[in-house]
Write a protein of this length. Structure first.
Lengths: 162, 162, 162, 162, 162, 162, 162, 162
């Protein structure tokens, strides 16, 4: 088994993070998703990460806000790539979570995406899995071409060309 | 036994944090001081906090910079008061550490002092211990009077009074 | 008598700060709560702090916004621990109040919690009181276990486990 | 007697604030200058402000850094104009002091100048005194003309005119 | 004649700045109020300031947002005290206007109040006028006592005293 | 043919950027307007810029938000002046886009206007074209006079003159 | 005659801004350079801008720091393109000057370059002049090719290619 | 062939980024390293990315400062994971580069590490490669254990244990 594990620090992150799940479903990538807090349930977090890694988790996605420690804690427990999604909220409306997530000590990186970047966290996880997965790699290339085409379509309705 | 435990996330925090130790020595307060990282040595941190609490730690002081998770991790492991000292460094030169330290979820507070505030972390720990310690309380009151007198002395050399 | 004193710089802080009062009621901790401003009623503030300390206040909680001086003024008048709650509002929507509260001179610490952190100000005050109060300490430990369990419950409704 | 009172929160503010004194000497304006802290010597500050006002202080200049409460405290004690000089230092290198100084509640204004703005605090105090002082007013107008001329002189050495 | 002149950079500042006018009416202080822009009507601004000063303007209050140059321009044209009111809006929602207003070159001070601080701009102008006006000075002292009493009244409805 | 080319990074920028188009129509300046993304459609962007320059584009206006790379990419492809319009949104609500737009390496300038500054991007483009266009130059001068008159009209309804 | 006019708010800006002059000399573009302050010498600034425009100034470059009003003032006086160079210094080390420069009211744009961006202010001015100057346009294209080649040379000494 | 490609936007990034190369050498991971700029050499960048991907590049590391577009440009050209390293410098000393790097549109993620985070960019690239490389995975696990042991050694020289 080979899957991506999505851990959210709070139930309130679900509205945003379920978008990542939808992307995985669209591309046929297996995933787990659960709530576990770095501070409120440290034991649960430790145990889950260990189990998930044994079961086949290849990438972790961790979403948290405020003093966003979750991705860092998971990175301290595994050598799998950890993608961090800082969530809006807090004194600086997510900038604080971004800095809490990205500024890790040497050897414990967190691959940080933008504030609330659920969709890009899923794309990044898929790009990582696609390194040795020709089929997924082909799907990602096709998706990129579609995105470029969408720009043309978006433009058509409004463009002014002399 | 009754003591304050000072945990530093990195050896490089020692230059600043030893000032807290000196304050404790001046006021006759027992303390422990060690390096243990939230990310690089999570097991060591967990074990130490449990042991220290059993041995008599009444207050924890945690100093860390960057994505400063140490105070938060310790607060998740104990119900003793945890004083957080955000350290300079990082993208916002300590403001990031300050926000990583202070913005904790409900029920896991960190009593945060200023960036690099080793001395005030010691004073705060002593004010906490002094709640039920008449002798320490008296020392703190006397110290406050001395600080007010020092202002007068500071002024004397330079003041211009008509 | 042994109680926590909650001072608010403005009546408008009451909506948030009454949450601290509710926490104290839930845990059976005595408290006082009043409005007194550092700037608008400096005499009242000075007199109240002196009286409250004599009457048995063990911890002060001070909530203020903007140029949030209240916690600092109280810390200058007592050697009891002062918990500062910076309130939203102002040019930087609370970050200014946070920095006005946390950056105190040596010997006059303010134990600062997050912006609008009424609930954690109450938890921190209780952790301080619990140092010599076995009963309160036991309640705080139990509360911590409940919080970890709540995470599991939160997760159940939404989690995806393969 | 009619004079300006300069109060500094710390002896370390003297290097900058003596520039204000020099300006007053150049323009023949009487002044007092002393150290008194909002936090470390609250009694001294209260007493001095009351005495100075009785003795003839027409404007107060207050310099402080970090959680810069001094100007606010003085404004709460007098109805004379209070000029606030936020000093460099602190987590945001003076921006925090600027916001601590300028964001006062209604009815307790602080006339804030730039960070480290000792010279402009003196000019502002003189502009205030000059409202009913023809002689000082004339000196200020003359000074303004000289400043405009200095720009021309500054330009001469380096300007390139076709 | 002796009056305060309120200049607004835009008609949209009127909602806030009319509060200053109301304060002046309450205290019986004469004032003028008009729109004149530093950038859109530089000639009008120059002419008005010169005329107003001749007619008896003792203090100028200038309100502007964004690249808030109005107070600075007025300060460059007169030696009367200029009170600057930075307005909300712009990339940093007023912080940019605050810094554009307060950071003036030596000899051209702007007495800056908080963002949107119309009321305190009026109080500051009155404190300046009151230096040589016993009657106005008495009114300001009385107002200060009323403000302190209001804090007590505010507290009564909600306070919890043991 | 001589025209201004407006490129938007996203269809969602149209609501704001069509204001630039309206200004051009009012002043009789020819323009093109389309959507093309630096990241989603890099080929399209490259090709369009080359073609537009050959066809007579004299100035490019590029609007983008977040990691706003569009103006920079266009500046790397042409030696015509590129006006950058940072759009609201992102972690710092446009400040990030402003800095992404303005901080270009030497030799690849972007003439940056304010966040959401569609109208000024059009004015700046017209000022550039007007250098060798007497008729357009005259229209811009007339417009400036009208703007000054509008200030007077704005003031009339609300001004208080003694 | 056709030239670029460089105005600096202070003599201290010369070290940086002479770089713009050197670029103009290298490309054979005529320029003037002088000191004139928005605040300290408003008359001089007004007169110079009017004269320079009559004499043949096609683009103005204005460099100023702190409450950087110079570019805005010049933009209010002319319909020629005004390039603004915010200078380092001030509470936010140039960010404040950047925002003071870029956030202009509608119809008075300032083409803003990066903080201290003297070289790019010159490139931008040349790109503007080159719209109707084939020779200068050719030089700019050639320069762009050289810059790309320099990247290759820079890489050679250090690159690792398998 | 299977390698990591390190692209730097400027030669000046080499001092920091060679640290990534050293980490790869220590762990026996193949890599390429070169200078290519998003703005100064767009053609070179496009061509290199295409060639490198064909030759076996599995992960790209892109380092750039200021308006840091390089990682975004590379992410727009490939579906391989792109690790972005924002470099110090610019108006916000790297924060601007961090936001320019991390805030990418959907489908074009950049796995961002801390400002100047060369070492963690290498670790992240190795964690990605290790997903299907047992040997590298084992080395990373061993390295993690060594890092935890180093904390103990660091502590020994300075710790105070009662």
């Amino acid at each position: 088994m080979k899957f991506v594990s999505i851990i959210m620090g709070s139930k309130s992150d679900y509205d945003i993070m379920q978008e990542a799940g939808k992307i995985f479903e669209k591309f046929g990538v297996q995933y787990e998703l659960l709530v576990s807090s770095a501070h409120r349930s440290p034991e649960r977090t430790h145990q889950y990460v260990k189990q998930a890694e044994e079961k086949g988790a290849k990438v972790f996605i961790c979403a948290a806000g405020m003093a966003a420690h979750l991705a860092g804690v998971v990175s301290s427990l595994t050598t799998k790539p950890v993608v961090g999604v800082p969530m809006r909220g807090g004194a600086m409306d997510g900038m604080d979570a971004l800095l809490s997530t990205v500024q890790m000590p040497s050897g414990m990186p967190v691959a940080t995406v933008a504030i609330g970047g659920a969709i890009n966290s899923a794309y990044l996880a898929m790009q990582i899995l696609a390194i040795d997965d020709e089929e997924l790699s082909a799907k990602l290339k096709e998706d990129k071409i579609l995105k470029a085409k969408r720009v043309e379509t978006d433009s058509m309705g409004i463009e002014v060309i002399i």
